[in-house]
Design a protein around this ligand. Structure first.
Ligand SMILES: [Cu+2]
Length: 317
């Protein structure tokens, strides 16, 4: 589908506002500063609002900013990046650029033939120590809050486990009601014979499936005899190391149906680039259908699946 391109700054501003509000889900929190900045960049890149509307779950051509998020954590990350970090780094960059230009004009050899012999200025030295510290504190507060939200698990509707192996992911689903526990491997498609519509280096043979608007508790580990991987789905705001012998966990609650892509983000070995992650978010009915069907399909090789105790406190002992 060909996306229409908005023209000029006004079009770009409209689309950026839309995309930002889609991405952050917090229209009121999108500051004028960041919209202005993104507008400028968007008008340069010619990005389209319809692209943002259609593509969820992966990066795309001419993308500016982060991949649009679809979970509470991802919205918080979008807000942190777009409304806190981006304005701060822009102001700092412009300030330093201004200082450089000022010094070049005012203190070059021609304009200032006899330089001052000043070597210390206590006030200035205190300022350039204290102000950066304050800036770091301002950044640290929302940063630690975000980290805490990522790792504080709410009551989950379903639990699933992703295991990083050399070099693919395995997904385990626990027993749920009548449906037996099962586990399956998710391998990248043969790149030489990629079916039409499938994405190079991203699509897999078996996708993990989760229901929309349900809190998913995600456990991440790696093959006991393997190496360290990192499980990342940007749209979910999930980034967690997969370490042999250690069970890490986080959570997500996807608000929008669709296919969400991620990749291993730890340089883990020769096929590091070929172990993509694909999660399909579907309605609850479709999820149940998939669960029953897939459980049967993989029942034979899924007899020894182990999950951590459902009580999170047990994990910390
Ligand atoms: Cu890996």
């Amino acid at each position: 589908m060909k996306a229409k391109r908005p023209v000029g700054v006004v079009g770009a501003m409209t689309l950026m506002k839309q995309s930002l509000s889609v991405a952050s889900g917090r229209k009121t929190l999108v500051s004028k500063t960041s919209v202005g900045l993104m507008t400028l960049m968007a008008s340069i890149s010619g990005m389209t609002d319809s692209v943002y509307a259609q593509i969820v779950g992966r990066g795309f051509d001419n993308q500016m900013g982060l991949i649009p998020g679809v979970t509470p954590i991802a919205h918080e990350i979008d807000f942190f990046h777009n409304d806190i970090l981006l304005p701060i780094i822009t102001v700092i960059s412009l300030f330093v650029l201004g200082l450089l230009i000022y010094v070049m004009v005012k203190f070059n050899e021609k304009a200032n033939p006899t330089p001052s012999k000043t070597t210390h200025h206590t006030g200035l030295e205190v300022a350039w120590t204290v102000i950066p510290v304050l800036i770091l504190v301002v950044i640290a507060i929302p940063s630690f809050r975000l980290l805490s939200h990522q790792l504080t698990l709410p009551d989950a509707d379903i639990t699933l486990k992703a295991t990083g192996k050399q070099w693919y992911w395995s997904y385990s689903y626990p027993k749920s009601g009548e449906v037996a526990a099962f586990e399956f491997d998710s391998n990248i498609l043969d790149q030489a014979a990629l079916p039409a519509g499938k994405l190079r280096l991203l699509d897999v043979d078996y996708e993990a499936v989760v229901p929309v608007n349900k809190t998913v508790r995600l456990q991440v580990t790696a093959d006991a005899v393997g190496v360290i991987h990192s499980f990342v789905i940007q749209s979910f705001g999930v980034r967690l190391d997969a370490v042999p012998g250690r069970l890490n966990e986080t959570w997500f609650k996807a608000e929008k149906e669709g296919v969400y892509y991620g990749q291993c983000s730890k340089i883990c070995g020769k096929d590091h680039a070929f172990m993509p992650i694909v999660f399909r978010v579907v309605s609850e009915d479709k999820y149940k259908e998939w669960l029953a069907k897939t459980s049967k399909e993989f029942a034979a090789n899924s007899s020894s699946i182990q999950f951590a105790d459902a009580d999170a406190s047990a994990l910390r002992q």
